[in-house]
Design a protein around this ligand. Structure first.
Ligand code: CTP
Ligand code: CA
Length: 224
């Protein structure tokens, strides 16, 4: 019922969201991944939908159900997430990157299962950089209004503001990784051209609703 009474600040707007971790293949039975439950991204997808938006949620592997009325696209690797995002980004008014994207993939991933050999050495993995999905979308002209996330373990303010400028996004949402990881409440700090502002610590869905209000007030009504 509370959902029904949320102000429809995003009525008719198209919102594209990434959430969850990515999963990078080592071999057919092993992966390298990031720690992300997907809860924050899914809460934002729900809040955007409640606010009247058409929502596409590009999600890495999570244990969560898609929020009601949200169109979920399931992906595993960062490369797949990039492709799914690029297929949707041109139609989006707003892009919110919440996913914990792996920064590297295994360049020498194996098509068959790596086997232990008696007395043998562990495998040597080589890594290659993954695309920066948020930075790529932020460079599109015309492109959606872009919002990034940064979970940092220390120096949150310096790291988050530097990241906002490096990625070229209008709004960057920071939080402390130790607090955010798999928790149900979160304390978000907003970084934009006006500076930094903390939102109160709230359950993730309430924090997501506050953030959607903020994004709706900042995003231009038509794409640039
Ligand atoms: N992001 C992305 N694609 C990547 C890496 C990050 O879209 N390959 C997005 C994340 O979804 C998040 C923002 O960029 O919105 C910041 O991610 P983060 O990992 O904190 O930034 P990095 O630039 O990867 O820096 P680092 O991991 O070194 O702190
Ligand atoms: Ca990263």
């Amino acid at each position: 019922l509370i959902a029904f009474f949320q102000p429809k600040v995003l009525a008719g707007r198209r919102v594209l969201i990434t959430a969850g971790p990515t999963s990078e293949k080592i071999d057919p039975v092993r992966v390298i991944t990031n720690r992300s439950s997907g809860k924050m991204g899914y809460a934002i997808a729900q809040a955007a939908r409640e606010a009247g938006a058409q929502v596409v949620l590009v999600s890495g592997p999570t244990a969560l159900d898609a929020p009601y009325g949200v169109n979920r696209v399931n992906v595993e690797s960062a490369a797949q997430m990039q492709a799914a995002v690029m297929a949707e980004a041109r139609q989006a008014d707003i892009f919110i990157a919440v996913a914990a994207v792996a920064d590297w993939h295994v360049a020498n991933a194996s098509d068959s299962k790596l086997k232990k050999k008696a007395g043998g050495q562990p495998p040597e993995l080589q890594f290659s950089a993954n695309p920066d999905i948020l930075a790529d979308v932020a460079q599109m002209t015309p492109g959606p209004f872009c919002v990034g996330f940064a979970a940092e373990t220390e120096n949150l303010h310096e790291n988050a503001e530097a990241k906002r400028q490096r990625k070229g996004v209008s709004l960057l949402v920071g939080n402390l990784a130790q607090q955010a990881m798999n928790a149900d409440t979160t304390e978000l700090i907003l970084f934009d051209t006006q500076g930094a502002r903390a939102l109160p610590a709230l359950p993730k869905l309430d924090a997501a609703r506050r953030l959607i209000q903020e994004i709706a007030s900042q995003a231009p009504l038509t794409t640039a």
